[in-house]
Write a protein that binds this ligand. Structure first.
Ligand SMILES: [Mg+2]
Length: 368
C-alpha cells in the first residue's frame, strides 16, 4: 500500500454523554451520567477509526472538559502523519501529555482501529491472537445488603461466575454486604474493590472477619490509598488473598515498582490510565515480574470496553477481567462489538478493527 493511503486525513472529537441506569457509588464519589469523548480518525484510504476517552476525575484528574481541551491541541499534530507509525505517534503524545492518559488512550484507540481496518485484521489478532473471547465479572456498587443480595442472585442467574463487589464503606457495612452477596450467589466467586477506601489494618481485619464466616474472596483490589506502598505490602503479606494494584499503577515503571517490592500480586491495567501502547509495556513488565494481570476500565461504553476485550484476549494472560460498565448505561449508542452471553464476550465474528461504531454512522471498513 502506498504511504499516502494511511496518512491521517482528519481527527475529530465530540462529547459522548450517556445516562446511567442508576447512580453509581464507589468509595471516591457518585456519578449520574457518563460524560466521555468520542474520537474519529479518518485516513486518506477511507478507513475510519473510532476511539473513546473515558476520564474519571478522582482516578486520573481528567474530565470531559480537559479531554476536549487536550484533544484541541493534540489533534492537529496528528493530521498528515502516517497512521502506520502508531508507536512513534504514541511516544510523541506521551512526551507531550503524559498525564492526560484518557485523551491519549482515545487517540490510540481510534488510531489502531483505523490501522487494523486498513490491514483487515480484527484488533485481537493484531495484539497477538492468543484468544478471541474473555469472561468478565459483573460489579455490584455500594448498596444496602438486601439490594446487593438481589443483584447477586440476578447476576448468578445470568450465568456469570465472578462478582466484583465495591467496598470501602466501613468494616461492618462491607461485611454485611459481602455476606449478602455470598448468600445471593453461593456459586459465584467474589472479588472486592475498595478503591483506596481502607487503612491496611482495617483491610486485613475485613478479610479475617470474612474468613471467620467461611468466605474466602478471590482477590482484593486497591485496599489502601495509592501512595501507601507499605500498606499495600502489609495487606499482601497478611491478608491471605491476592491483592491487586489499580490506582497506583499508570505506567510500566509503576508496575516494575510493584514487582520489585512485592506490594501486590496483581496489576489492574486500564487503557484510560496508560493508553494502549503503555498498557502493553505494563503487561510485559508484569509477566517478567510474576505479577498476574487484570483488565478493567473507567465508566466506559461498549466501544472502549470492546477495545479492552480485544486487548486482553489478543495479548493473553489476563486472569481477572472486569469489563462490565456498559451494563450500567441506560442507552447503548453503538452498533457491532462483542457478543455477550452471561459474562462471556466473544470477538470471533469481528472482521476488522474494534468492530464497534456509533449508531447511524459508517462502520469505517475499507471497501474491497
Ligand atoms: Mg479498581
Amino acid at each position: 500500500m502506498s504511504l499516502s493511503s494511511t496518512r491521517i486525513r482528519s481527527v475529530e472529537f465530540e462529547p459522548l454523554n450517556v445516562p446511567l441506569l442508576e447512580p453509581f457509588v464507589i468509595a471516591i464519589g457518585r456519578l449520574d451520567q457518563v460524560r466521555n469523548v468520542l474520537l474519529t480518525i479518518t485516513l486518506e484510504n477511507g478507513a475510519i477509526g473510532y476511539g473513546e476517552a473515558a476520564p474519571l476525575e478522582p482516578i486520573n484528574g481528567e474530565n470531559q472538559a480537559t479531554v476536549l481541551a487536550t484533544l484541541k491541541t493534540l489533534a492537529p499534530l496528528l493530521v498528515g502523519r502516517d497512521a502506520l507509525e502508531w508507536r512513534k505517534l504514541s511516544a510523541e503524545l506521551y512526551g507531550l501529555f503524559s498525564a492526560q492518559s484518557a485523551a491519549r488512550a482515545g487517540l490510540e484507540m481510534a488510531l489502531l482501529d483505523a490501522v487494523t481496518k486498513t490491514m483487515r485484521v480484527p484488533l485481537y489478532q493484531f495484539f497477538g491472537g492468543v484468544a478471541s473471547s474473555v469472561e468478565t465479572d459483573i460489579s455490584i456498587p455500594i448498596v444496602e445488603p438486601e439490594r446487593a443480595r438481589e443483584l447477586a442472585a440476578g447476576i448468578a442467574a445470568e450465568g456469570v461466575r465472578v462478582i466484583k463487589l465495591k467496598v470501602g464503606s466501613g468494616i461492618a457495612s462491607d461485611l454485611a454486604r459481602t455476606v449478602a452477596v455470598q448468600e445471593g450467589a453461593p456459586d459465584c466467586q467474589i472479588t472486592l474493590d475498595a478503591n483506596q477506601g481502607y487503612s491496611a489494618p482495617d483491610a486485613v481485619e475485613l478479610l479475617r472477619e470474612l474468613f471467620g464466616r467461611g468466605i474466602r474472596i478471590r482477590m482484593f483490589e486497591q485496599p489502601v490509598p495509592k501512595h501507601d506502598h507499605l500498606g499495600m505490602k502489609f495487606v499482601t503479606e497478611q491478608g491471605g488473598v491476592p491483592v491487586a494494584a489499580d490506582e497506583m499503577v499508570f505506567c510500566a515503571a509503576d508496575a516494575l515498582r510493584v514487582a520489585a517490592t512485592g506490594n501486590a500480586n496483581v496489576v489492574n491495567i486500564k487503557l484510560m490510565k496508560s493508553g494502549l501502547v503503555e498498557g502493553m509495556e505494563i503487561a510485559a513488565v508484569c509477566r517478567a515480574g510474576h505479577i498476574r494481570l487484570m483488565i478493567g476500565g473507567m465508566i466506559e461504553t461498549k466501544l472502549a470496553m470492546c477495545c479492552s476485550a480485544h486487548f486482553a484476549a489478543g495479548n493473553g494472560g489476563f486472569d481477572f477481567i472486569d469489563l462490565d460498565t456498559p451494563l450500567l448505561l441506560a442507552e447503548d449508542p453503538f452498533e457491532g462489538g462483542y457478543h455477550r452471553q452471561g459474562g462471556l464476550y466473544t470477538l470471533a465474528h469481528i472482521e476488522a478493527g474494534i468492530g464497534c461504531w456509533p449508531t447511524g454512522r459508517s462502520p469505517g471498513y475499507l471497501k474491497l
